[in-house]
Design a protein around this ligand. Structure first.
Ligand SMILES: [Zn+2]
Length: 345
């Protein structure tokens, strides 16, 4: 009986050595380990043997079974390696350093404009900060001089969370935290910060309103900052972004967090000022609320308004991207429609 086991082993080794494909390996496995396989047969015949014989042959056969399984596994692996080698030899030489010809996507138009503005302001010594999207009511409203029951709150309805916090309605929600982070500026070294971010409002969505949009806010606080500094930075910003002269108008505007406050409008670049749905037929688009930071806001940020002044501006980043690229409908920007979005490079 033991000779049979020995013979099976030799036969198996010979067949396996000749196998040239996965199918052949599988056929060998079935021939030895399958339901009617040679090894299975020997295992079945154990029941007719006497105890001593059963023990000896049983041991041998089980060792052989394990050996066969392992050899089949190794042979299959070897086969894969040969297949891979052959494929490599057949394949055209491939230069991995050649740039991809596959489409690799593109930056979102808002990202493009945001990065462009960040670059401009970084070159003028501004730090880029990143405000939280979930804010306390205090940071979003009180800290920027919008107390409870202030009418400005009605215009900035947003999404409240069950813990009483909210999705920020404007980038100004970061002002207080930034002032506290950097503290009072050193003489001759004004604090210059730019903070872009996603904002939310409970709006009825149409061609020019979205519930989710981007703003970009800038702030400069120092011991001698005036409106002329503000106007200078706004002029640099607009001429760099639009790469041409853009008609602007500055009119007094009321915003609780600035005093005095201004509204900077730009000539609608979509209709050229004739009037269209984006500019609500007025020919002008509100782009920038700006002004000198209200003394209350500085005080709440831990900065003494007797010693320091500063300006702040909030820019509708979404609106600016629409103007720059002539996008007529704001809904395109959040649509995830790649066909529409990838045309902006
Ligand atoms: Zn227009």
């Amino acid at each position: 009986m033991l000779e049979i086991v020995e013979k099976l082993k030799k036969e198996f080794d010979a067949k396996l050595a000749e196998s040239k494909s996965n199918d052949e390996i599988e056929a060998i496995r079935i021939a030895y380990l399958g339901k009617k396989g040679a090894v299975t047969d020997v295992l079945k015949s154990l029941k007719d043997m006497d105890a001593e014989m059963k023990k000896q042959v049983g041991q041998q056969v089980n060792v052989l079974k394990d050996e066969i399984e392992e050899k089949l596994r190794l042979q299959a692996k070897k086969m894969e390696e040969i297949k891979y080698q052959m494929a490599m030899e057949r394949a055209e030489p491939f230069d991995f350093s050649i740039p991809s010809t596959q489409e690799i996507g593109s930056l979102h138009p808002i990202t493009i404009v945001q990065r462009q503005i960040e670059t401009i302001f970084k070159s003028m010594g501004f730090i880029i900060e990143d405000g939280l999207e979930i804010q306390t009511e205090y940071n979003n409203f009180e800290a920027v001089n919008i107390p409870k029951h202030h009418p400005a709150r009605d215009m900035q309805d947003t999404y409240y969370l069950s813990n009483g916090q909210l999705l920020k309605t404007h980038t100004s929600a970061a002002q207080n935290a930034i002032m506290r982070k950097y503290g009072a500026p050193k003489p001759g070294e004004p604090l210059r910060v730019l903070f872009p971010g996603r904002c939310f409002r409970n709006e009825n969505i149409d061609a020019s309103h979205e519930n989710t949009f981007f703003q970009l806010e800038g702030m400069m606080i120092g011991d001698n900052i005036s409106i002329s500094n503000l106007i200078y930075f706004m002029k640099v910003l607009l001429s760099e972004v639009f790469e041409r002269d853009v008609k602007v108008r500055l009119r007094p505007g009321f915003f609780p967090f600035v005093e005095p406050g201004f509204e900077l409008d730009i000539n609608c670049l979509i209709c050229g000022g004739k009037g269209c749905s984006t500019c609500k037929q007025s020919g002008w688009l509100e782009l920038l609320p700006c002004g000198m930071i209200h003394p209350n806001v500085l005080t709440m940020g831990g900065i003494d308004p007797e010693k320091y002044t500063g300006f702040a501006f909030g820019l509708g980043l979404t609106r600016l991207a629409m103007m720059k690229y002539g996008i007529k409908d704001i809904r395109v920007l959040n649509s995830g429609n790649l066909k529409a979005l990838k045309q902006f490079k």
